[in-house]
Design a protein around this ligand. Structure first.
Ligand SMILES: Cc1cc2nc3c(=O)[nH]c(=O)nc-3n(C[C@H](O)[C@H](O)[C@H](O)COP(=O)(O)O)c2cc1C
Ligand code: SF4
Length: 554
């Protein structure tokens, strides 16, 4: 195949929606890096000031300005892989570099090699394989998003339809959008990406907002360490996500949408593109998706490695080709989202729940939860547990039953020392607080939150100072730097966990609390507000270990 010229690449993308990221990826892959000439050509063609473009490109981890950049393998050194020898693997792979958790904690250690993900504990074991399917649910447990995910062929349009896919949408399109909004409201479905905002209310706000065209964005950035559920859903059930997005488009009056996919999921990119082609070929997407003259279409846009791009306003800036800082809110995306127009941003799991609600009804979904809790939640469970993986539990399910009965407990006769919540963002739970149920109210009563549902287990041999240090280092590296309490606070907390700071334990604790309070109260987005939960929970559960750490570093 001929290598495309600059002019051909520019002509291919300039009139496409959200063209900057795909154009940068094409140049990056073609040349192996982003040269100054390439950036100047893009800057001129898309009319982005060159200084802004340099700033934006260098913000992302995976765009390289170094001629060997694209070909350097990247090794996960996230919290789970670090326990399993990631640093040795990194040292053993010539010219490789570290990357934050790429969402494969159920099959460590992942290595990103150009456009492939390889997994293996050592260099000799590295191989490319399909991502693991979620383990089977125990008898008597009714699933929602995983109900058909293990059916062979479910990822194809034919297989999806054979297992009931698109049937609910077909019926919904025959009714008024209002009926769909009422159904989603009544189901109690709330965002599964972290914030838990009621989905029906979000959709209604967009439906009622002035301004067109409206947009549906699927947040598939999944950058939180320890979270890998969206990857499983997209790999094995891509049409469920697409059906959920089409339903959101119909309910709100949107005509277009994007799946913003994290860079580290190259196989998922190919799966989504195939599924979108199938849906377009079948008329589910395109100029007449909702009837004559009523278009709806979707595109995938691939991020380039930046945890902050999962924050919805940062994601929107990234899609628009701007520097991906979070925006000040209000206004919120429901009125001022993509291109400042009304926009739904929903997580993959939220959207994948919709087709099941359409088929079985709002009451069915509500009643999947335990007590007052609606629906289910996928938990990505990893670390010191016999069977790591994605488990769909009824909302309100006991954490210890999940770890001990479903996932086989902690191996080697060891005990749970601590678990993380919300990936890393919820800090730790330990001791009696492990007797929690998996729902926001109960977890919040312990000073943490469920968020996107990543839970990492650490047994009693693990050094919680080391774990906390690597967690805070992650937040410090991923802080976008827009506001100084987060930019400086995450650095100072990382240093304290590394051994710098006051030699007196009381003074050390006061300083760490003070930094954490300031960050929680004054940071502009969830990253800076959540990062201190690591140190706060470390102090709550592991005061003796903290004293030893401070004494040892004095
Ligand atoms: C630092 C940060 C990172 C986030 N990362 C993600 C992410 O990777 N995926 C996601 O769906 N939501 C993420 N969120 C939450 C989004 O901002 C937003 O609330 C969510 O996509 C809305 O969808 P939902 O209502 O379906 O949950 C993140 C938030 C913050 C503050
Ligand atoms: S809190 Fe941190 S990540 Fe969020 S805007 Fe401020 S500096 Fe950026």
């Amino acid at each position: 195949m001929n290598t495309p010229s600059d002019a051909e690449l520019l002509a291919k993308w300039r009139d496409e929606p959200a063209p900057l990221l795909p154009l940068l990826h094409e140049f990056h892959e073609r040349d192996g890096f982003l040269s100054e000439e390439a950036l100047r050509a893009i800057s001129e063609d898309l009319r982005i000031p060159i200084a802004d473009l340099f700033g934006t490109v260098t913000f992302y981890h995976h765009f390289s300005r170094d001629p060997e950049g694209y070909s350097r393998a990247r090794v996960c050194t996230g919290p789970i892989c670090a326990l399993l020898g990631a640093n040795e693997l990194l040292a053993g792979l010539p010219n490789s570099k570290a990357m934050p958790c790429p969402g494969r904690c159920d099959e460590p250690i992942p290595v990103l090699d150009r456009d492939r993900v390889l997994c293996g504990a050592t260099a000799a074991e590295l191989s490319s394989r399909p991502s693991p399917l979620p383990p089977a649910a125990p008898d008597g447990i009714e699933e929602c998003v995983f109900a058909h995910i293990r059916s062979p062929g479910r990822a194809t349009l034919e297989g999806y339809r054979a297992t009931g896919g698109y049937a609910g949408l077909t019926e919904a399109l025959e009714r008024e959008p209002e009926a769909l909004l009422d159904m989603i409201d009544a189901s109690g479905l709330a965002g599964r990406g972290g914030a838990g905002f009621p989905t029906g209310r979000k959709w209604r706000a967009v439906a009622e907002a002035a301004g067109e065209p409206k947009t549906i964005v699927c947040n598939a950035d999944e950058g939180e360490p320890g979270c890998f559920k969206d990857r499983a859903l997209m790999d094995y059930d891509p049409h469920a996500v697409i059906e959920g997005m089409i339903a959101a488009g119909f309910a709100t009056g949107a005509t277009r949408g994007f799946i913003y996919l994290r860079y580290e999921y190259p196989d998922t990119l190919r799966i989504l593109e195939t599924a979108l082609d199938e849906a377009r070929g079948d008329g589910l997407l395109g100029p007449e998706a909702f009837g004559p003259g009523r278009p709806f279409d979707l595109w995938v846009r691939r991020g380039a490695g930046a945890y902050i791009c999962g924050e919805e306003t940062s994601l929107l800036n990234s899609l628009e080709g701007k520097h991906p800082f979070p925006r000040n809110r209000p206004p919120f995306p429901v009125t001022h989202g993509y291109e400042d127009l009304p926009t739904v941003v929903n997580n993959v799991e939220t959207l994948a729940s919709v087709p099941h609600i359409l088929v079985h009804g709002a009451d069915w979904y509500r009643e999947l939860g335990i007590g007052d809790h609606s629906g289910t939640k996928v938990i990505s469970l990893s670390g010191d547990v016999a069977r790591p993986g994605n488990y769909e539990v009824p909302m309100g399910f006991p954490l210890l039953t999940l770890i001990d009965d479903w996932a086989g407990g902690v191996p080697g006769g060891r005990k749970i020392q601590a678990v993380t919540m919300a990936g890393l963002s919820g800090g730790f739970l330990a001791g009696e607080d492990l007797e929690v149920t998996l729902d926001e109210p109960d977890i919040r009563s312990k000073g943490s939150f469920l968020g996107a549902g990543g839970i990492m287990v650490f047994d009693d041999s693990r050094d919680m100072i080391e774990v906390s240090h690597s967690a805070m280092e992650f937040f410090a590296e991923e802080s976008c730097g827009k506001c100084f309490p987060c930019r400086i606070g995450t650095q100072r907390l990382t240093e304290r966990l590394h051994g710098d700071g006051p030699a007196d334990v009381g003074a050390w604790i006061d300083e760490v609390h003070d930094l954490g309070d300031t960050m929680m109260q004054t940071s502009a987005c969830g990253l800076g507000q959540a990062a201190p939960l690591i140190t706060e929970s470390l102090l709550r559960y592991f005061a003796d270990r903290v004293s030893n750490h401070v004494a040892g570093s004095a």
